[in-house]
Design a protein around this ligand. Sequence first.
Ligand SMILES: Cc1cc2nc3c(=O)[nH]c(=O)nc-3n(C[C@H](O)[C@H](O)[C@H](O)COP(=O)(O)OP(=O)(O)OC[C@H]3O[C@@H](n4cnc5c(N)ncnc54)[C@H](O)[C@@H]3O)c2cc1C
Ligand SMILES: *[C@@H]1O[C@H](CO)[C@@H](O)[C@H](O)[C@H]1NC(C)=O
Ligand SMILES: *[C@@H]1O[C@H](CO)[C@@H](O)[C@H](O)[C@H]1NC(C)=O
Ligand SMILES: *[C@@H]1O[C@H](CO)[C@@H](O)[C@H](O)[C@H]1NC(C)=O
Ligand SMILES: *[C@@H]1O[C@H](CO)[C@@H](O)[C@H](O)[C@H]1NC(C)=O
Ligand SMILES: *[C@@H]1O[C@H](CO)[C@@H](O)[C@H](O)[C@H]1NC(C)=O
Ligand SMILES: *[C@@H]1O[C@H](CO)[C@@H](O)[C@H](O)[C@H]1NC(C)=O
Length: 506
Amino acid sequence: MKYLANFSFLGLACAGSHAASILTGTSVTTPLGSFNLSRGAACACQRLSHTSGGVIRPNSANYTAQAADAYWDVRADLSPACIFLPATANDVAHALEVFGSCDAQFAVRGGGHMNYPGSNNIVGGVLVGLSKLNNVKVNSDTVEVGPGLTWYDVYSALDSHGRVAIGGRMKTIGVPGLTLIGGFHYFNNKYGYAMDNVVSYDVALGNGTQITVDKDSHGDLFWALKGGANNFGIVTKFTLKTYDMPMVSTTIQVYNESGIPDFITAVCNAAKLDEEDPIAAGMIATVEYNATTEVVSASVLGVQEGAVSPPSQFSNFTAIPATTRINKIQSMKSWVAVLDSPKQMFRVMFSHKSMKPDPEVLYSIYNAWKDAVDEIADVEGLYPTFVTNVHAPSSARVALNNGIGNVWGLEAEPLILWQFSTGWALAQDDLRVEAWSRQLTERLHKINVEKGLASDFVYMGDAGGWQNPFAGFPAENVARMREIRSSYDPKGIFSRLNWGGFKLGI
Ligand SMILES: Cc1cc2nc3c(=O)[nH]c(=O)nc-3n(C[C@H](O)[C@H](O)[C@H](O)COP(=O)(O)OP(=O)(O)OC[C@H]3O[C@@H](n4cnc5c(N)ncnc54)[C@H](O)[C@@H]3O)c2cc1C
Ligand SMILES: *[C@@H]1O[C@H](CO)[C@@H](O)[C@H](O)[C@H]1NC(C)=O
Ligand SMILES: *[C@@H]1O[C@H](CO)[C@@H](O)[C@H](O)[C@H]1NC(C)=O
Ligand SMILES: *[C@@H]1O[C@H](CO)[C@@H](O)[C@H](O)[C@H]1NC(C)=O
Ligand SMILES: *[C@@H]1O[C@H](CO)[C@@H](O)[C@H](O)[C@H]1NC(C)=O
Ligand SMILES: *[C@@H]1O[C@H](CO)[C@@H](O)[C@H](O)[C@H]1NC(C)=O
Ligand SMILES: *[C@@H]1O[C@H](CO)[C@@H](O)[C@H](O)[C@H]1NC(C)=O
């Protein structure tokens, strides 16, 4: 299936005074404490080198494998002072104690798919790679998952039990990053987001204490972890709900340029669909444009619960003349198996905003994007895609009705999340493509603001490093998250020393 190569990438961040008593020498003092990157790292690497796993130092094959090759975005390859691969939750907790007492800056990597440099890696600090925390335990209606696993690992473990968890739509996405930021799956319209399906989190706090967080124990933190990202601790285990679903009904449909207006209308209708008792169904909907050949193609990769084929919820897509259409009944594992997003695929930048579904305006965004791509057609290895994600009203109802909620605080109103995912080959083009992507997005969003169509909601999984998703969450939720952070991380380990990723701010 040659065309599947086209889909291969898609789906596309006190102890300071303690340290000062251990260490001598000058340091940089800020309102947040004292910092000396190299001294903190030297102290932490030294202490972690005495653990049973040791640390990985620069100039070794293991270092390259962990500091560079484990990342999807080539831009995210950086040069940490050393790399620590904890083998147990106790190792994670120990590392956090060390970072606090050494005043050492660090980064944490799960599946390595967050798309911008510094979100999951660090220059001159300590990188913690979670790959060895790869236990999985299947229970009757939950699964316990280590943060070193990918979603393919999870779907594979559940396969023989005929069950499915609500996680990533593609193979290689990491469990921890996706679950901590929200998690778009195919079945959000019925079961809510990945975060809404977590029944408990094992967390290592900044001071090295380990706690289990669920609705009855540390309920405040339980809520904050549902969308609050890497601001509170390192999660060492997720316990997720599972659903009985031995088979799913899938459809792959590809359209040429003539199909684009109807494709965009069908995406908007899917967002507006508001059923009382929804059939779980959702998709990856993408437009690709090759600026060299000027060929446009759109695709929908759709999945529906049950074994009705073709999947009924995609009838509006099926009505569009397609160049390729493949319907199947298969397991979630086998569907996800071919949707790979290989490590080190390219340099890539995301930019995204949200809006109310309006097919005409979404079509004009598509056209503006296509015109703008022509302006950078000379960029080597250019790989421009226009991606839409839908938030149907029912997707919000799980959190609105479960007595827990999540930090997004979204209403049961339809939204389209539109995104430009732009890949390219050479570092020399970084600044140009990054400026292009951001400026285009801000310009188009401003038009939506003027038309009264814009939403402030920004999903961390679709956003670029230049964006601040917390600014789009309800202000009272952000204030509550800051209070929760100060009670669980009073020394600011996750705001002063682990500063990469989407941070709550002071
Ligand atoms: C090709 C592609 C497809 C995608 N498809 C989807 C999709 O279908 N649905 C969706 O919702 N999103 C999707 N995303 C977005 C994706 O969810 C995010 O990029 C997510 O951060 C990936 O998780 P990860 O573990 O691989 O990330 P990483 O880059 O390893 O981590 C992301 C962030 O989480 C922090 N972190 C990691 N592990 C932990 C932990 N255990 N405790 C505390 N903090 C931690 C890291 O420090 C980092 O800041 C996709 C992204 C790509 C590139
Ligand atoms: C930081 O620490 C290093 C190593 O201990 C030292 O050489 C350097 O002078 C320190 N820098 C500052 C600005 O204090
Ligand atoms: C380095 O890599 C080798 C081969 O993969 C592995 O056996 C070894 O355990 C690794 N060392 C560390 C410190 O991770
Ligand atoms: C299909 O489109 C129609 C409008 O033409 C809309 O009423 C309907 O809800 C859509 N169905 C689905 C499943 O998206
Ligand atoms: C687009 O695809 C449809 C369905 O295969 C086909 O009928 C139509 O001729 C194609 N249009 C162009 C411009 O290639
Ligand atoms: C665009 O088409 C050219 C010419 O066929 C090809 O070399 C290039 O790889 C294509 N780009 C993408 C992103 O597919
Ligand atoms: C670690 O921090 C938590 C949350 O602030 C606190 O409950 C716990 O007592 C602290 N543990 C130690 C050993 O200081």
